[in-house]
Design a protein around this ligand. Structure first.
Ligand code: ACO
Length: 329
């Protein structure tokens, strides 16, 4: 079945006010600004306020995307929130967002694909809109990772931050941009190298294990790094080819914001100059599903690419999952 083309009509992002710098972390765990900067490129991250949940961050980002798209919340018929830090295990965080926005007509649900979630949501929304099932979709990547971080573990607590990014998708009209090609993938054999082991049905939190901090992110960093470079390179190459593009046709690459060394390796393997690769992880750290969504919004608002130019988004996360999108803006 051929699908109607789908465009990104507006983007938005929201970062909580509180800034946690590397210097602040030096007072919490045995680390240094030098180690964090040289190994990751991260200088600071944002932390949600007491009482501020993932749906609150998501709602703020969504309002900005809706305003830019000039679409009223009541005209939305689909809301997908990508998150691994939901407000509650059930109902879905998207349901709280639907209520906050008073988007009464919208079907709302979450997807869990870690850092790849926003592009997974994009692929779902574009297929559902392209097939004619829905008209106006709001996709959001939102995380309050600070609530699932072991603040005594220097291997992980320096990496993550909170935030949200959103986009409104609808059918592309004549003369508008469109999503050209998408690729999403999963390798379930690697669930053990990056996960939140506790708090689910496999390992409920009990009085006996409450102090073990099992409901926090755990990662074999080197393994994840290796897979990230390979999978992101392959996914990005595929969508570029499928879209009929070459490296020279790409105005900007917007990669997952986990580690500057991963980003540099991807740019190198795609033979893209570093000035065409968007980076904001020094300000926000890794915000998982929110990262590429926030980066897309910031890059667009900073004028890194114009209408008619091509961009490539590429991500990687727990699952393992990966995804890429080639988009004519
Ligand atoms: N400060 C100081 N020293 C530290 C810190 C810290 N914060 N953290 C670890 N170290 C130490 C380690 O203990 C180790 O010491 P040792 O040699 O005495 O044992 C040493 O530094 C080296 O540690 P490595 O793990 O070898 O460091 P590496 O260079 O691999 O960097 C990192 C670690 C930054 C985590 C990197 O592997 C990475 O970025 N991996 C990929 C992460 C990623 O992409 N995640 C994406 C998905 S996230 C998601 O889906 C939610």
């Amino acid at each position: 079945m051929s699908l109607a083309p789908v465009t990104i009509a507006g983007t938005g992002s929201y970062l909580p006010e509180k800034v946690l710098t590397n210097a602040d972390l030096e007072t919490i765990v045995d680390t240094t600004d030098e180690w964090i900067t040289s190994r990751t490129g991260i200088k600071a991250r944002r932390i949600a306020a007491e009482g501020q949940s993932t749906s609150d961050l998501a709602t703020e980002a969504a309002k900005k995307a809706l305003a830019q798209a000039n679409i009223a919340a009541e005209d939305l018929d689909l809301i997908i929130v990508a998150t691994i830090t939901p407000d509650t295990l059930t109902p879905a965080t998207a349901c709280y967002v639907q209520d906050n926005l008073e988007a009464r007509k919208a079907v709302a649900f979450d997807i869990s694909a870690a850092c790849s979630g926003f592009l997974y949501a994009m692929e779902m929304a574009r297929n559902l809109i392209g097939a004619g099932s829905f008209q106006n979709a709001l996709i959001i990547g939102a995380e309050k990772l600070s609530a699932f971080t072991n603040w005594e573990d220097r291997n992980t607590c320096v990496l993550f931050g909170d935030g949200a990014g959103a986009a409104v998708l609808r059918k592309s009209e004549e003369g508008e941009g469109r999503i050209l090609a998408m690729e999403i993938g999963t390798d379930g054999a690697q669930t053990g190298i990056l996960n939140i082991p506790g708090g689910g049905s496999a390992c409920p939190i009990t009085i006996d294990n409450a102090n073990d901090k099992l409901a926090s992110l755990s990662m074999l960093g080197k393994e994840v790094f290796r897979h990230a470079v390979t999978r992101m390179k392959t996914a990005a190459t595929k969508v570029v080819e499928e879209a009929g593009l070459e490296s020279k046709d790409i105005a900007q690459v917007i990669p997952h914001q986990a580690n500057l060394r991963i980003i540099d390796a991807i740019a190198d393997r795609l033979t893209i100059d570093n000035d065409k690769v968007f980076v904001n992880l020094h300000k926000y750290g890794n915000t998982s599903a929110a990262a590429v969504a926030i980066a897309l919004d910031e890059a667009a608002r900073e004028g890194k690419f114009k209408r008619g130019e091509n961009i490539v988004c590429v991500v990687f996360g727990a699952g393992l999952t990966w995804a890429a999108a080639a988009i004519e803006w």
